[in-house]
Design a protein around this ligand. Structure first.
Ligand SMILES: Cc1cc2nc3c(=O)[nH]c(=O)nc-3n(C[C@H](O)[C@H](O)[C@H](O)COP(=O)(O)O)c2cc1C
Length: 223
């Protein structure tokens, strides 16, 4: 399964089987965690075999069960942290999908107190991503119409449309899809987070999807 196939196959999964992640799969994930930490100036941690974070009422209420592995998205508490956590976290989510695992981004429905996460001085925990073998593969989310999520004057180039198609497959908090991509008249692409919970994390996630769909070589981001 390649990255684009994994983006199409990925859906949030909240119920997991009691099946440990084999050592070779964990090693592949850890390699990618290290690459993301270097590339994104982050302190992402892969926590395996640790059921405490989801052993709480709020997780059960959120219908989570059997979660004993997760990625903790931690990094220096700066302005760009949320977007970087989204971008690199989704890169890990998509790798996990290609390795036959399932995932769910979790901003709220876990216990910060019980989780085994290292947060150093000047660092912040943004959120976590549940990881494991799902009881199901999840289901496709509802989408807003593409024209509500982007602005293009004139004809939409094919690469931009493909970027949008993949951005729309991305997970967003409460499926809010509070993002907008604009194709500027000079050909650059502006990506914006609109108002909503975790929308700056969502922005990083959808930019990763857009890049994969459109082809990074076609995009010059407008800052
Ligand atoms: C930043 C972020 C935070 C999220 N937080 C939670 C959460 O606290 N609890 C939960 O059950 N799902 C959470 N989700 C999962 C979303 O509800 C889910 O991604 C969305 O409904 C779209 O569905 P899909 O992932 O199956 O495409 C979160 C997703 C994102 C991107």
């Amino acid at each position: 399964m390649d990255v684009l196939e994994a983006m199409r196959a990925r859906h949030s999964v909240r119920q997991y089987l009691d099946k440990p992640i084999p050592a070779d799969v964990l090693a592949k994930l850890r390699n990618e965690v290290d690459a993301c930490n270097r590339g994104g100036d982050l302190h992402i941690q892969l926590v395996a075999d640790e059921p405490g974070a989801f052993d709480c009422a709020v997780a059960k209420y959120g219908s989570f069960s059997g979660v004993s592995n997760y990625l903790a998205l931690v990094g220096p508490d700066d302005d760009g942290l949320e977007e970087r956590a989204g971008y690199y976290g989704e890169r890990l989510v998509i790798l996990a999908q290609t390795l036959g695992l399932n995932t769910c981004w979790v901003g709220l429905t876990f216990s910060k107190k019980k989780a085994r996460i290292e947060v150093g001085p000047g660092e912040k925990l943004v959120l976590i991503i549940a990881l494991g073998y799902g009881a199901t593969q999840g289901a496709a989310h509802k989408d807003k119409p593409m024209e509500k999520l982007c602005q293009v004057s004139g004809d939409m180039p094919n690469w931009f449309r493909r970027g949008m198609e993949y951005a729309m497959l991305a997970p967003t908090a409460v499926n809010q899809q509070k993002f907008r991509f604009t194709l500027e008249t000079d050909g650059r692409v502006r990506a914006e987070a609109l108002r909503g919970p975790f929308s700056r994390v969502d922005l990083g996630i959808v930019k990763y999807h857009f890049e994969q769909g459109a082809g990074a070589e076609n995009i010059i981001w407008a800052e």
